[in-house]
Design a protein around this ligand. Sequence first.
Ligand code: CA2
Length: 144
Amino acid sequence: MKILIINGPNLNMLGLREPGIYGDRNYATLCTLCEQWCAEEGMECELFQTNHEGAIVDKIQEAYGRFDGIVINPAAYTHTSVAILDALKAVSIPTVEVHISKVSDREAFRQISYVSLYALRTIEGMGFEGYREAICALKKHLNK
Ligand code: CA2
């Protein structure tokens, strides 16, 4: 079982600002934890971070036939990107959406998620642990 973990814009800046919202750990730590959690579940993973919407679309398209599942934190593109939603629908790969913060308790513009219209589940407000939850949810779904 091989999964792709996609992180969108500014998530490479984790730990540098806004620790009250996103915690004080950095992106490298998030990657190490995701690799560890996937290994514990007997899953292979590839991690990808970009600040560019089109690069996320390209990566999702390239995942077709190569990955069994996707964990995605589209970051700010969550709230704007029909292109990412369409790419996920096009490849039809089971996907779990994750957000570090509790987006449903934040500004009104963060209440909209296009990706959630496709995702099996949306996990929010659990910090980095949300990625573990997403990995396990994906494994459970793929084992059905
Ligand atoms: O809670 C999440 O995981 C978000 O996807 C994070 C995004 C935000 O736009 C979404 O609404 C919710 C922001 C990504 C990281 O932003 C940083 C801001 C300051 C310092 C470090 C990272």
